[in-house]
Design a binder for this molecule. Structure first.
Ligand code: HEM
Length: 154
């Protein structure tokens, strides 16, 4: 496998893991947990996030690293890339900023509230996390579509 193919594969796999994980959490897991009592539901979300977020950190580093590598080596710099890559770059950086905020602020508060069994506070922070994940899921789907097909229509 050439280095270009490797960078491309790492890039797409990182996008699949991050965006696919958000899709599962938001579209499948969230509506499935409505019947559970808040302590069980919130503790479960704490465990789910603790296992998913390390993978998101991997994606958050792998996406720009493999993306900028392709910009430099495949395209020969930012002057030569198409609008679809500029859009992907901009949307990707917004997604990363939202995730870093999510991890540092609401998720950190959510974990402390769950540890203290403060369920109203944990529920409030989960609501903030839900809105950020919904935004990042929408951005991620749009970005993946632009990244994969943009060269044909943008
Ligand atoms: C963070 C900055 C990013 C940079 C600099 C970047 C850069 C690139 C480049 C240069 C390509 C190759 C484009 C081409 O061959 O026409 C690419 C492809 C792609 N990117 Fe990104 N990207 C970034 C973020 C993202 C994000 C956040 C996602 C998804 C959530 C994403 C998903 C994709 C996909 C699906 C492809 C298509 C791969 C293929 O069909 O070969 N990228 N990216």
């Amino acid at each position: 496998m050439s280095t270009i193919a490797l960078a491309n594969a790492v890039h797409v796999l990182a996008a699949v893991v991050w965006v696919g994980g958000m899709f599962f959490a938001y579209v499948v897991l969230r509506p499935s947990l409505g019947a559970f009592e808040p302590p069980d539901r919130l503790r479960l979300w704490g465990r789910v996030f603790s296992r998913f977020f390390p993978w998101v950190w991997v994606a958050v580093f792998a996406l720009p690293a493999s993306g900028y590598w392709q910009v430099m080596v495949v395209f020969g710099g930012f002057a030569n890339i198409g609008l679809h890559v500029h859009l992907m770059n901009g949307l990707g950086l917004v997604m990363i900023a939202l995730y870093v905020y999510l991890y540092g602020a609401p998720f950190s508060r959510f974990q402390k509230a769950v540890e203290a069994a403060d369920w109203p506070a944990a529920g409030g922070q989960l609501n903030v996390i839900r809105r950020i994940v919904a935004t990042n899921l929408a951005l991620g789907l749009i970005t993946a579509a632009i990244g994969a097909s943009g060269r044909y229509w943008i």
